[in-house]
Design a protein around this ligand. Structure first.
Ligand code: MLT
Length: 206
């Protein structure tokens, strides 16, 4: 199934594509400024989640706040992976240089890509993510850079979720950096600035 999206071609010589994934109730416009802060010269593929929850866009269904519909999560994770594969062909970007930038529900589907498909992204910026699935072995992520932005008092993604996620990803070999803010679920400028600095170093090697 296709997904509503925005594709913006980056500058000549910049072969990264940022895969932007919004939070619950957002759309493909939401994270464009964030992509600009992380790498203004990168190509952008900003996608709208296909699930409609009472008029709010999401990337997969949930049974309750923080309780995911696993069957739908698995289906939607494949849907997103297939969509990115197809978009790389259609728009001619390098599939091996896709870096996910997701917030909240968007971070959770990005995390789910890692949990189900392993090295399917060059790197990931997960802003206020949860553990997408429990009780499965995370595939090999050796050397894959992952930035996690978290809030000490995040009521939607409790601190323990972040710690468990970091443990799972590190256990699979990913190179994880966690940025903690003394706040809740909201995105902060400081967090995005830290993600941008991490990206320059860990993804671009500058
Ligand atoms: C989710 O459902 O993905 C998380 O609870 C975050 C959110 O509220 O979107």
């Amino acid at each position: 199934m296709t997904m509503k999206h925005i594709f913006k071609k980056g500058e000549e010589g910049n072969s990264t594509t940022l895969l932007l994934l919004h939070g619950t109730g957002g759309d493909e416009n939401d994270l464009l400024p964030l992509g600009d802060m992380i790498d203004p010269g990168a190509s952008v593929l900003s996608v709208r989640g296909n699930v409609d929850e009472n008029g709010m866009n999401r990337f997969f269904r949930r049974l309750a706040e923080g309780v995911f519909d696993e069957e739908d999560l698995i289906y939607r994770t494949k849907e997103l992976r297939d969509f990115v594969d197809q978009a790389a062909k259609d728009y001619g970007f390098d599939r091996s240089q896709v870096v996910a930038v997701g917030y909240s529900n968007g971070a959770n589907i990005a995390g789910s890509l890692l949990y189900h498909y392993g090295k399917v992204l060059q790197g990931s910026v997960l802003l206020h993510p949860m553990v997408p699935r429990r009780g499965i072995d995370v595939p090999d992520l050796k050397g894959v850079p992952v930035f996690i932005g978290a809030g000490v008092n995040d009521p939607i993604c409790p601190a323990q979720e972040t710690k468990d996620l970091e443990k799972d990803l590190t256990g699979a070999g990913a190179n994880v950096e966690v940025f903690w803010a003394n706040l809740g679920h909201q995105l902060t400028r400081e967090e995005v600035e830290n993600a941008a600095a991490w990206y320059k170093k860990q993804v671009k090697g500058e």
